[in-house]
Design a protein around this ligand. Structure first.
Ligand code: CO
Length: 140
């Protein structure tokens, strides 16, 4: 059912500081501009790798869901992994039929790539927050 690993989500208290790590320490050369996703309460910045992306996420606003994560892990850290799926509704229905909890009551939201995404609760995935996204068109 799952397709390509699209990205790894990394929470950080400061995208600017994290960009320095990926650029200056690891040598990443393709790093996008950070932008706000207001509804999700996050700043987002993509670090492009030859086969995938790192999605840096920093809290935006008081109600950001990332505050809780950073309270437990002040340095930041791996937050979620994202796989592509052909059909997001079918994937959602399949997961729910298997008893998994899909966040946001299973309603897909438009993610940082402009395509619908869902999140599977970590309690159903061995402690890993899993994002599934509809395969982006024109990106391969
Ligand atoms: Co993501």
């Amino acid at each position: 059912m799952i397709g390509k690993l699209n990205h790894v989500g990394v929470a950080t208290p400061s995208i600017d500081e994290s960009v320095k790590l990926y650029r200056d320490v690891l040598g990443a050369t393709k790093i996008g501009e950070k932008f706000v996703m207001e509804e999700q309460g996050v700043w987002v910045c993509f670090v492009d790798l030859p086969n995938s992306q790192i999605e840096l996420i920093e809290p935006y606003g008081e109600k950001s869901p990332i505050h809780g994560f950073l309270a437990k892990s002040p340095l930041g850290g791996q937050h979620h992994i994202c796989f592509e799926v052909e059909d997001i509704e079918k994937a959602r229905d399949d997961l729910q039929a298997k008893g998994a909890t899909v966040l946001n009551n299973g309603v897909p939201r438009i993610g940082a790539h402009g395509v619908p995404v869902i999140f599977v609760h970590p309690k159903n995935m061995g402690g890993v927050l899993v994002e599934l996204m509809a395969t982006p068109t024109g990106h391969h």
